[in-house]
Design a protein around this ligand. Structure first.
Ligand code: 1HN
Length: 347
């Protein structure tokens, strides 16, 4: 008995002593640190456009775009409340700009993507070049570029923001500054970048300092849709993903944004996708049509404007009755760069 007590005292003292020196026993935590399979607090979830839209519009009565700096309702993963994350590595939100408003110019090391859901013709300016935004357009704001948004149209404009905020914070590399002016000065004519870099041509004496990010910052939906339409009759469908295209950087064929992969896909009518899973948690936004996605054990019926999240390594499959188009984004480029990316398709 005495012996047992002595041993237990000896051990208790050991744990107390090492704790005081900020030392901790790995054997208590190892199985949580290095798991046999990916583990995440993120859960599958869908935000229905018909339910969230009215609240995004009401935010316009609660605060101005200028006061808020960016008037956004954050899409919080229900498994990570209060963390401003939709997956472990990504942030997403719905931003509203009302007619006549300006979201003032600023820049930060986080990269951003915009995917336009509703409205017509509000603008964003990125490093001196303006582009008008229409539904289905995909626009990038590379790390450390000045950007401001404004709405000179007569309709509210709502878009999906995707940022790599959790990744940047993990690396303690967040920097941000305000320009101190509502609008930056325009330095290039509208259409400058897509003309030079977005037509299968590149200026021979290209003076870009880096190929890390795509010099095309606006990918209009009209062009993307045409590609899907041309491919749908001639190309082989992926068994899980239908016809899926990635937005690329024309300088090197890589992803348009170094930290976030972005995709547009077409699912044909009466598609019955096979289950697949991949290590990149993915956010989907419905662009056209309707369908169903089973994520893990949950079934989601989606329509235009709905946004749903598939956590990393969770099995999922899509099915449709009518033709549908989906935009999506994930942290795949980072995983690919580090040699971590894995995917599996059920046979
Ligand atoms: C940001 O700069 C924008 O520029 C949107 O529209 C959302 C969320 C967190 C940090 C910066 C924008 C943001 C953001």
């Amino acid at each position: 008995m005495k012996n047992k007590n002595t041993t237990s005292n000896f051990k208790n003292n050991f744990y107390k002593n090492i704790d005081q020196l900020h030392l901790a026993p790995l054997w208590d935590v190892l199985s949580n640190l290095v798991t046999d399979f990916p583990k995440t607090k993120a859960v599958p979830h869908m935000w229905q456009w018909k339910k969230v839209k009215e609240h995004v519009l009401t935010a316009g009565e609660v605060i101005t775009a200028e006061e808020a700096e960016r008037r956004v309702l954050v899409l919080e993963n229900p498994g990570m409340k209060g963390e401003s994350k939709i997956t472990d590595t990504l942030y997403a939100g719905l931003q509203l700009i009302l007619p006549g408003e300006i979201a003032p110019s600023h820049r930060h090391t986080q990269s951003a993507l915009r995917f336009i859901i509703e409205g017509k013709g509000a603008y964003t300016t990125v490093d001196g070049e303006i582009t008008r935004m229409f539904p289905g357009d995909f626009i990038i704001t590379p790390s450390w570029t000045w950007h401001d948004h404004g709405n000179e149209s007569s309709d509210p404009m709502i878009w999906l923001d995707g940022l790599d905020i959790p990744i940047i914070n993990q690396f303690t590399s967040s920097f941000a500054e305000k320009l101190g002016q509502k609008r930056q000065i325009l330095q290039k004519p509208e259409g400058h970048s897509i003309a030079r870099y977005g037509s299968g041509l590149l200026p021979v004496n290209n003076t870009l300092s880096s190929d890390k990010v795509s010099p095309v910052f606006s990918y209009p939906f009209s062009r993307t849709r045409e590609v899907l339409e041309k491919m749908k009759d001639n190309d082989k469908w992926d068994k899980s993903h239908g016809i899926r295209l990635k937005y690329t950087n024309p300088l090197n064929g890589g992803h348009a944004i170094p930290t976030m992969a972005t995709f547009m896909q077409l699912l044909p009518k009466t598609f019955e996708g096979k289950y697949s899973r991949s290590t990149d948690g993915t956010i989907y936004c419905v662009v056209e049509g309707s369908g169903k996605t089973i994520i893990g054990t949950e079934k989601y019926s989606w329509h235009k404007g709905d946004i749903f999240v598939v956590p990393g390594w969770e099995k999922f499959k899509h099915s449709t009755k009518e033709e549908a188009v989906l935009f999506s984004f994930s942290d795949r480029p980072v995983q690919e760069m580090l040699g971590l990316y894995r995917e599996e398709i059920a046979e």
